[in-house]
Design a binder for this molecule. Structure first.
Ligand code: ATP
Length: 596
C-alpha cells in the first residue's frame, strides 16, 4: 500500500513529508469549495425546470438532484423564485469566502514550505564535510539553492491548483452524469481516449524539465567561473572563447524552454477542438443513431461545458507542474547528498585553551592517492611552526587536517589529548583564525569586514584599532576619506593583493583566536609591506599558536620550528639555523630566495 502511494502520489508524498497535516487542510478546503459550488448549482435546477416546463417539457431527469430543494420544502418553506435566487447567492458568497481562505492558507503554506527548504539546505550545506564540498560543483549548489527553490515553489502552486480544478471537474461531472448518464458516459470515454494523446506530451514535458534543471546547473557553474576569473579571461584575450561555452549553454536552455513552451502551446490550442469533436460526435450518435431527445443532453452539456473548462485548467496546471517537477527530484537528490556527506562531529567541547596539538602517524588520502603519509608532530601552545616544501608536498593539506577541515584517515590527531573525531569541531574551530591563499573580502565597509558586523561600541572600536595596527593597515584606513566606513568593492576589487591580505589578517587578530593559520598569506606582499607584517608577526609570536605555510623564507626566520614536507612526509624539522646547517634542500631554498 505504502509503495503504491509512493509510486502514484510521489509528489503528494514529497509535499506531505515537508508539510504534514497542512497538505490535507489544503485538500479539504479544495473539496469544500467544490461542495459549496455544487450546492449553488443545485439552485439552478428549479430554474432550468421552469424553463423546460414551458419549453420542451423535459424535467424528470433532474429530480434526483433536487435533494436540497426537497429538504427545504419538507421544512414547509415555500420556494419562490426570489428565495431560490437568494439561496444561490448565499452559496456562491460562502464559496468565495472559502476560496479566499483557501488562497491565503495556500500561499502561507507555500512560503513556509520554501522557507523550510531554504533553511534545511542551508543547515545541511553548513554541516557538509569540506572534503565533499571541494569536489562538488558550485554552480549546482548555487542553482539548486536559488533558482531551483523557485521552481519547487511553482511546482507546489501548480500541483494544488490542478487538484482544485480536478475537484471542480468531479462536481460538474456528477451533475452532468445525473442529468443524462448515457451522454455523460460517452463523453467521458471520448475524454479518456484523448487523454492517451496527451500522455506522451506529459512525458516529454517531464523529460524536458529534468534536462532544463541539469542545463541550469551547468549555466550557473559557468557564470560563477566567468565572473571569478574575469580578470584572467580579459587580460589573456580568452574571454570570447570562454563566452562561447556560456553561449552554448544559454542556447541549450533556450532549446529546452522552447520545447516545453511548444508542448504547452499544443496542449492549449488542441484541447478545445478535441473536446468539441468528442461532444459533437456523441450528440450525433445519441440523437441520430440512438434516438435520444435533445433536451436533457443540452442541460447535461451545460454542466459538461463547465466541467470541461475545469478539465482544461487542470490539464494546463498539471502540465505546468510537470514542467517544473524536475526541480523536485533535483532538490531531493541535492538535499540527500548534503545529508549523506555530513561532517562527522563529536560531542566533546573544547572549552579550555588549546594547550597541545599532537599528530601521531597521521595519514590522509584523496581517493587512492596518499597525500599525508604518516606524519607525527607536536604543536605546543604559543609556538610558531612553519611548513616549507615543494609545491604539492602536502603543506596545505596538513594544516587543513590540523584545523579539522579534513578528516584524518588513519593515525591520531589529538587536541588537548582529545581525539579530533570525538570533539565538537565548532568549539575548536572558533579558536582558529585562518588566512587563506585567497584573502576573503566581503562587499561591505572596512569596519564590518574586520569586526564581522560587530556593533560600533567603544570597546569594539578599541579592539578594531589594535587589530589594524598589528596587521599594518592602520595608515591605509586613515588615508581613506570615510576611514573605517569606507566600502570595499565586491571581493575587494578596489584593493591591492597586499591590502586584501592585511585586512584578512586584521580580521583574525580582531577575533579572540588562539591559533593562527597563515597559508602563504604573505605571498602577494611587496617587500616593504612584507617587512612590516613580518615585524608584526614577530610581535604576535608567543601570544598565539601560529602555523605558517610559507614560500618566503624571510617570513619564517624566527619560527620556533620549521617543518620540511616532501611527498606527504616530514623530511626534516628544526630551527632555521639547524636546518640551514643540516638540510641541503633548506640551504638551497635559502640561497635561492636571498638571490631573488
Ligand atoms: N581536492 C583534491 N582532490 C584530490 N587531490 C587533491 C585535492 N587537493 C589537493 N590535492 C592533492 O594533494 C596534494 C597536496 O596538495 P597541497 O595543496 O596540500 O600541497 P601544498 O604543499 O600546499 O602545495 P602548494 O605549495 O603548491 O600550495 C597535491 O598533490 C594535490 O594534487
Amino acid at each position: 500500500m505504502k509503495k503504491i502511494i509512493e509510486k502514484y502520489f510521489e509528489s503528494l508524498v514529497y509535499f506531505y513529508r515537508a508539510l504534514k497535516y497542512k497538505v490535507f487542510i489544503i485538500l479539504l478546503l479544495s473539496v469544500l469549495i467544490g461542495f459549496l459550488d455544487g450546492l449553488g448549482l443545485t439552485m439552478f435546477l428549479p430554474l432550468l425546470t421552469m424553463v423546460s416546463d414551458t419549453g420542451s417539457g423535459q424535467n424528470g431527469d433532474t429530480e434526483n438532484l433536487n435533494f436540497l430543494l426537497k429538504f427545504i420544502t419538507d421544512l414547509n418553506i415555500d420556494l419562490t423564485l426570489i428565495r431560490i435566487l437568494i439561496l444561490m447567492a448565499c452559496f456562491f458568497i460562502a464559496k468565495s469566502i472559502v476560496v479566499y481562505l483557501y488562497e491565503v492558507y495556500k500561499v502561507n503554506v507555500q512560503q513556509q514550505f520554501i522557507t523550510k527548504i531554504r533553511f534545511k539546505n542551508l543547515n545541511r550545506l553548513n554541516n557538509l564535510a569540506f572534503k565533499y564540498f571541494i569536489s562538488s560543483d558550485p554552480g549546482r549548489i548555487q542553482n539548486t539553492m536559488t533558482g531551483e527553490v523557485d521552481r519547487v515553489a511553482r511546482a507546489f502552486l501548480t500541483y494544488f491548483t490542478a487538484f482544485q480544478a480536478g475537484i471542480m471537474v468531479v462536481v460538474y461531472m456528477y451533475f452532468a452524469f445525473t442529468i443524462d448518464t448515457k451522454f455523460a458516459i460517452l463523453v467521458s470515454i471520448g475524454g479518456v481516449i484523448t487523454n492517451f494523446i496527451y500522455k506522451k506530451i506529459y512525458k516529454n514535458t517531464k523529460g524536458a524539465s529534468r534536462k532544463l534543471t541539469g542545463e541550469n546547473n551547468i549555466f550557473q557553474s559557468l557564470v560563477i567561473q566567468h565572473v571569478s576569473n574575469f580578470k584572467y579571461l580579459k587580460a589573456t584575450g580568452s574571454i570570447s572563447k570562454y563566452s562561447n561555452k556560456l553561449k552554448s549553454s544559454i542556447d541549450k536552455i533556450e532549446i529546452s524552454n522552447v520545447k516545453i513552451g511548444k508542448l504547452a502551446a499544443f496542449l492549449t490550442a488542441s484541447r478545445e477542438p478535441i473536446v468539441v469533436l468528442v461532444v459533437v460526435s456523441v450528440i450525433y450518435i445519441q440523437t441520430s443513431l440512438l434516438g435520444s431527445s435533445l433536451g436533457p443532453i443540452l442541460i447535461s452539456l451545460l454542466f459538461f461545458y463547465r466541467a470541461l473548462n475545469f478539465l482544461m485548467q487542470m490539464q494546463n496546471q498539471w502540465n505546468k507542474f510537470l514542467a517544473v517537477s524536475g526541480s523536485m527530484e533535483n532538490m531531493t537528490r541535492f538535499s540527500d547528498e548534503l545529508k549523506l556527506n555530513k561532517e562527522e562531529n563529536g560531542s566533546v567541547a573544547i572549552k579550555d585553551r588549546v594547550t597541545k596539538i599532537e599528530l601521531n602517524e597521521v595519514y590522509f588520502n584523496y581517493g587512492s592517492n596518499v597525500i599525508i603519509n604518516g606524519v607525527s608532530l607536536d604543536i605546543p601552545r604559543h609556538k610558531t611552526i612553519a611548513f616549507v616544501g615543494e609545491s604539492g608536498s602536502g603543506k596545505t593539506t596538513l594544516v587543513n587536517l590540523i584545523a579539522g577541515l579534513l578528516p584524518i584517515d588513519r593515525g591520531e590527531l589529538l587536541i588537548n589529548n582529545n581525539n579530533i573525531a570525538d570533539i565538537n569541531l565548532n568549539t575548536y574551530q572558533s579558536k582558529i583564525g585562518y588566512i587563506t591563499q585567497d584573502p576573503v573580502i566581503f562587499n561591505d565597509t572596512i569596519f564590518n569586514n574586520i569586526t564581522f558586523w560587530d556593533e560600533k561600541s567603544d570597546s569594539n572600536i578599541k579592539k578594531f584599532n589594535s587589530a589594524i595596527q598589528k596587521a599594518a593597515i592602520f595608515d591605509f584606513v586613515l588615508e581613506q576619506s570615510e576611514r573605517e566606513d569606507t566600502l570595499l568593492g565586491s571581493f575587494g576589487s578596489n584593493l591591492s593583493g597586499g591590502q586584501k591580505q592585511r585586512i584578512s589578517i586584521a580580521r583574525e587578530l580582531y577575533k579572540d583566536v588562539e591559533i593562527l593559520i597563515l597559508d602563504e598569506a604573505t605571498s602577494a606582499l611587496d617587500s616593504e609591506t612584507e617587512k612590516e607584517i613580518q615585524k608584526n608577526m614577530d610581535s604576535l609570536q608567543g601570544d598565539y599558536t601560529i602555523l605558517i605555510v610559507a614560500h618566503r623564507i624571510s617570513t619564517i626566520k624566527n619560527a620556533d620550528k620549521i617543518v620540511i614536507m616532501n611527498k606527504g612526509k616530514i623530511e626534516d624539522d628544526g630551527s632555521f639555523q639547524k636546518l640551514y646547517e643540516n638540510s641541503p634542500y633548506f640551504k638551497k631554498l635559502v640561497s635561492l630566495q636571498e638571490l631573488s
